[in-house]
Design a protein around this ligand. Structure first.
Ligand SMILES: Cc1ncc(COP(=O)(O)O)c(C=O)c1O
Length: 296
């Protein structure tokens, strides 16, 4: 069951340059971002008081806004500082942070060049999507009926609200059928990603992962590729057909929220989380732990 509703919590939300009491961080019902999905966001985690890959997330937020033809009225340095201020104001060290930028309410029709652009940043304690026990057993995925769209259909490399409509639909269908999540194919029928995480497959010392040419090239994905190479795995980014999944022994998801989460099942395909997944869970845990804390 849901806990305290997201608009009823205590704490502070950075909102257009001011720290506002959580319950007062409101927008008008005629906001362009709400009607036309002119909204982009980030998901970041802080570990031991440090926001992992903060600058990369901030740069992706600015990039996503540009993809939607708007400019966030703060510099990357200002956005980074605002994120750190949110941690401090809420006295949080291990949490999730959600910056969101959107077009405001000056006009409400498709064109929106006159609308102001807003930025808010909230943070809350949000443990991994899955418990460690669930993770090590591997989660069960079903195939989504929705396909990741072509980059000619939508700005698919942006982390933009509109791209999540089919993620919510796919996740609901998976949960209704007793699965943890859904794996989406792309518009060509190739393996793409889960509803909020990227996917990897392991066979021996090789790791294969879909080329992110029509979905988010996750920051965790990029981190795990580096870590896997450093651990001696050969990482191959390529187009993967769904029927090829029977070639792999292990499978896992990566994402800021999911971190590294092994998968035991995708439709009729079975995987057994093993040493490959464990090695990468440990390597990721080590990578996100601030080094000063690890040294204590
Ligand atoms: C659709 C989708 N794909 C992939 C990812 C993984 O991205 P990251 O590792 O940058 O969190 C996310 C999470 O943000 C996501 O929502």
């Amino acid at each position: 069951m849901a806990g305290v509703p997201m608009d009823q919590r205590d704490g502070w939300i950075w909102f257009d340059g001011e720290m506002k009491p959580w319950k007062d961080a409101k927008i008008h019902v005629l906001t362009h971002g709400l009607h036309y999905a002119s909204s982009v966001f980030e998901g970041q985690r802080a570990y031991g008081g440090e926001i992992f890959k903060l600058r990369q997330h901030t740069e992706r937020l600015i990039y996503s806004a540009r993809q939607l033809d708007f400019q966030i009225p703060y510099s990357a340095d200002e956005i980074d500082a605002a994120n750190r201020a949110v941690l401090e104001a809420n006295k949080l060290t291990d949490c999730y942070l959600r910056p969101v930028a959107w077009r405001g309410s000056e006009t409400i029709s498709v064109p929106a060049r006159e609308n102001t652009v807003h930025l808010a940043i909230a943070a809350w304690v949000w443990p991994s999507y899955f418990t460690m026990e669930e993770r090590l057993k591997g989660i069960r995925l079903m195939w989504a009926k929705w396909k990741r769209p072509s980059p000619e259909t939508i700005p698919s490399t942006a982390k933009a609200a509109g791209l999540y409509m089919i993620c919510t639909l796919s996740k609901h269908a998976a949960m209704d059928a007793g699965y943890a999540d859904a794996l989406m194919l792309d518009y060509r029928g190739l393996v793409a990603e889960a509803t909020g995480a990227n996917v990897f497959f392991i066979k021996g010392d090789e790791i294969h992962t879909p080329l992110p040419d029509c979905f988010l090239n996750g920051i965790t994905r990029q981190t795990v590729i580096e870590l896997a190479r450093a651990k001696g795995f050969k990482v191959i980014e390529r187009h993967i057909k769904p029927e090829e999944l029977s070639n792999y022994d292990e499978c896992f998801l990566t994402g800021t929220a999911a971190e590294v989460t092994p998968v035991s099942e995708i439709g009729d395909f079975r995987f057994t989380p093993g040493i490959g997944c464990k090695t990468l869970i440990d390597a990721y845990t080590d990578a996100v732990t601030p080094k000063r804390q690890a040294a204590e």
